[in-house]
Design a protein around this ligand. Sequence first.
Ligand SMILES: Cc1cc2nc3c(=O)[nH]c(=O)nc-3n(C[C@H](O)[C@H](O)[C@H](O)COP(=O)(O)OP(=O)(O)OC[C@H]3O[C@@H](n4cnc5c(N)ncnc54)[C@H](O)[C@@H]3O)c2cc1C
Length: 492
Amino acid sequence: MVYRASPATPFDLPSVDSWRAETDVLIVGGGGAGISAAIEAADAGARVLVLEAASEPGGSTALAGGLIYMGGGTPTQTACGFDDDLEEMHKYLVLAAGPNADPQKIRLYCDRTLEHYDWLTQQGVVFKPLYYPHKHTNTPNEAALMISGNEEAWPYNAQAKPAPRGHKPQIKGDHGGIPLMKNLLRRAKEKGVQIISDARALATIKRGAEVVGIVARIDQQEMYFRAHRGVILAAGGFIMNEQMVANYAPRLALGNYPNGNPNDTGGGIRIGIGAGGATLNMHEGFICTPFYPPHQFLEAIIVNELGQRFINEDVYHGRLGSAILDRPEGRYYLIIDSRNFDILERPPMGGYPIAGTGESIEELEAVLSLPPGNLASTLNIYNSGAATGEDASFHKAQKFLIPLNQPPYAAFDLSLGHGAIFATMTFGGLETLPTGEVLTIQGKAIPGLFAAGRNSAGLPSCAEGYSSGMSIGDATFFGRLAGLSAASRLTE
Ligand SMILES: Cc1cc2nc3c(=O)[nH]c(=O)nc-3n(C[C@H](O)[C@H](O)[C@H](O)COP(=O)(O)OP(=O)(O)OC[C@H]3O[C@@H](n4cnc5c(N)ncnc54)[C@H](O)[C@@H]3O)c2cc1C
């Protein structure tokens, strides 16, 4: 068999001799975006077929913590005693999504967040109405609700009223993606969605400018799938493709822990580019150094090689990770005093080694080879602020602002390449309308081609502002819209 297909070269319809299957809506990728699209498309009356490269569908969504960013007074927020406001959520997401964001997508996402919550629960997803009050990467118990980003941290708290908006589908611990995908997949099957696993999409099939199908590899054979209404690319991000990360997102290439599934190789994005699609925000992604848990680390100070603070230490770990990878050659230390020394008995989640200890802050400064006097001066300023409840330099919230004045001291090494985890995943993808149509570089929709989830550039678009839940929220919500658009497309 001669292999002919590659993402860069769409097939011409006349060169297809026989179809392996014909359907109305053909979806590439059976993760959060793809299966949400499939349910909506089937609900709209379309025949739906999903091609999944792995042996089982689920994707990174099934591997994920499962937090979904929703607010404006969801039933879970209300049951937990929180009074959220849609406009506050909108203000926050505009800041969190950063300067590269698509304002229309943010607006639509907020306007329909309560409807999306209802849709998820209608698919069988359960959010246990319990609030987890500490800073963590996810709720460690079955609680659904937590603060999942920078909501309570400066400068975000000065511009939008904080509320917990991370919603985890019910399960104990950090595995909310499992019940989420289990429910979505069950519902898709009930609606007659057909899923073919071990089927890797390779290229589009086009009739002129229009996308009318997909070439896929199954059992070493290239096979042709006809889509009468539309193809939706929902094949995830590209963090597992070293070459693409090096080319498009060099800052993410500095990370040492690619966060995703093995098929996060950008195949769907390349298929879309080959079909004429433009891309956006390919340089952006999530950069996470999980400096909490333990939550006591929020009471620490974090300094650079000059012994100076550079950030409020109550930020989401993505914001700290981003600040460190902005200046990767720097040295970074997290400093605690003896009040929290019990932490030394178990390793912190971020894998940070102990860089040194000191009976006094001056001794620690010498052990870390910091410029003499700097760390002591930093600590003096911090402790004076803590005594009055105000961090004039970096505006750390009062609840974490506790004087570090009980020697001895210990420092953890947060520097890149010294043992700390810097987990990364990509945000960039095909440029789409909020309703999923893939756009060319001229801003024209490619007939028959749609994208969602990390195959598209969506809500998450800036490392320093990212909040957990924005990715799965984006994938499931905009996946639905793409499913509906493809199913409703009129063709001759
Ligand atoms: C450990 C971990 C924890 C996370 N926690 C959270 C969290 O709590 N909240 C949050 O918002 N985000 C979280 N994320 C990020 C989030 O899971 C993803 O960004 C999101 O789920 C992507 O959804 P998707 O549908 O675009 O892709 P996926 O869910 O990855 O689905 C893509 C599917 O396409 C398939 N595929 C790939 N290439 C092809 C091809 N050529 N042909 C056919 N199929 C193909 C893949 O096998 C996969 O099944 C986490 C990610 C990880 C890895």
